[in-house]
Design a protein around this ligand. Sequence first.
Ligand SMILES: Cc1cc2nc3c(=O)[nH]c(=O)nc-3n(C[C@H](O)[C@H](O)[C@H](O)COP(=O)(O)OP(=O)(O)OC[C@H]3O[C@@H](n4cnc5c(N)ncnc54)[C@H](O)[C@@H]3O)c2cc1C
Length: 372
Amino acid sequence: MSDSSLTHDIQSRLSELADVTLDDRLTFADLTTLHLGGRPRTVVRCATASAVAEVVTLLDAHSVPLLVVAGGSNLVVADGDLDLVVVLLENDSLDVDVATGRVVAGAGAVWDDVVAAAVSAGLGGIECLSGIPGSAGATPVQNVGAYGAEIADVLVQVQLLDRPTGTVSWVPASSLDLAYRYSNLKFTSRGVVLAVELHLSTDGLSAPLRFGELARRMGGTARWPVAAVRDAVLELRRGKGMVVVEEDHDTWSAGSFFTNPVVDPAVADAVQAAVRATRGDDDADRMPRFPADGGEKLSAAWLIERAGFAKGHPGDGAPVRLSTKHTLALTNRGAAKTSDLVALAREVRDGVREVFGVTLVPEPVWIGVSID
Ligand SMILES: Cc1cc2nc3c(=O)[nH]c(=O)nc-3n(C[C@H](O)[C@H](O)[C@H](O)COP(=O)(O)OP(=O)(O)OC[C@H]3O[C@@H](n4cnc5c(N)ncnc54)[C@H](O)[C@@H]3O)c2cc1C
């Protein structure tokens, strides 16, 4: 591979920085929960926020292509050699103030460790986000959400390295344009989150439950003790393969592979009519459709199943399959290549489009490869 931008001089300047280690052994198969993807130029491990800022600023100043990586749980990366440097976030500081409910976490902190610490301190507001893989710093990037909650509910501000200027400052959550699985940090080079500050409730109770399946499990939509909600969420997630367990290939995924489509109400009507015609009234009447910004939100998993893709598709022996626990997760069964994943992603997207006229959009960030 030819790349003149990452010179020996830059590599030696990187290795001289405090709290920085260069690691040439790691591939994206080691770094991602899909266990897929080729070899970056090098991996620069950063143990502190200032190390992250210095490394990114140095690489940007020399126009060296880079990718910020933390938990690797929302990444689809091409096979083969990649002409980019991975900046690996390992700044995992965590400060929990039980009295005020203020939580400040370094970007590289494991998100579920942050949730566990908050819950054991009796702080409420993130218990529904239990079990989401990845890092604290990535939670604003796609405004992570689950079981009726999202990080936007509790995020006060983020410490941001602004890449165009190289400056570090705390910026309010409102400047990130947080929306359903989106912020202005996703798919852009705007900046790197170095730390997040959350404000949680201190009365030991969860936020009111908004998600039917969880509310039914708990016994209603009220507020419940945070630890009980966390336990229920983890149990529900485990049943769907949505908690990473290394020995379970149903969890070698990027989580939900497609976002739930938001469509015009007329399109939702047409989808429901198509279901009615082919599958009958009972199924059509149960079709999930919810009001959302810009139209109505449909369930991607429900559409995938109705388009003929069952759990585990395409069956035993395939290198990439839909999870046997959830149709929305594409999973590596152990020996897959990214090209296998892309082929299945296209098959599912095209199949749903053919049956319902709705084009599903992938949720993860794609590097060096595309579904189109
Ligand atoms: C089993 C499973 C279940 C999942 N369930 C959910 C769920 O319920 N809800 C949900 O929303 N998501 C879910 N996800 C997706 C994923 O866990 C989240 O998107 C998570 O926040 C990604 O964090 P990460 O540290 O792994 O990010 P990475 O995969 O390392 O990075 C993802 C993207 O964010 C960028 N990025 C990462 N950190 C930063 C930073 N500090 N500053 C700027 N950019 C950054 C990267 O450059 C990359 O573009 C799931 C994934 C898996 C594998």
